[in-house]
Design a protein around this ligand. Sequence first.
Ligand SMILES: O=C(CO)COP(=O)(O)O
Length: 261
Amino acid sequence: MTRKPLIAGNWKMNLNHLEAIALVQKIAFSLPEKYFAKVDVAVLPPFTDIRSVQTLVDGDKLLLTYGAQDLSPHESGAYTGDVSGAMLAKLGCTYVVVGHSERREYHAESDEVVNKKVKAAVKHGLTPILCVGEQLEVREAGGHIEHTTAALIAGLKGLKTEQVRETVVAYEPVWAIGTGRVATPSDAEEVCAALRSALEEKYGAEVAQDVRVLYGGSVKSGNIADLVKCENVDGALVGGASLDGEEFTKLCALAAGGPLP
Ligand SMILES: O=C(CO)COP(=O)(O)O
């Protein structure tokens, strides 16, 4: 099958709910409808913005989708500050990012915790965007394939084959996040292809062909076209460039094959 590219804007800890409304409106009204047939567009705002984004998307029947940047591995209870999969599902979220390197680094999330979160997402009908990516020293030592494939398989542990088919994977090399140092298309393709091969080995070729594998790390309108030309790169998880409506719209149009609106 041909995989439809996904461009997902990870806003990280930026924009309040009023700014969120303005940005979503800008994206939705500048990107002509025909592009949504060629590329899935999603925004991933902070929790505090999601209700406002939901109201806007539902009310104006916008074609973009939205999701969250994290979820609790638990169902409910005494977990101060956490947000459950059920709560996100109720808000109409399509996606939830799991295992972003910033969560792994600043919140000490292990592969085991990430796996619990992936399961919690799937349980509530959310599509996990499972992030894996190596640190600079791992890449310099030549261990990037081993590191990323091991994190992928650990993150998916215990999922049924059909649940794996619905998962989105994101390869985000830590050294390329927010640094302006983008992986070359061949760096991205090498790892994305290896991740697909690991899926094939474990879950079969048919499932591996259906899973979308994104690249993330300093993606901009200036480099997206070459990245999505790669056979195994099915879109991007975009940080900084997703906060600028004009830039993000441009990036989505280029991922859809252009021309610019
Ligand atoms: O972490 C990222 C997306 O999840 C990438 O961030 P930047 O696009 O800002 O490098």
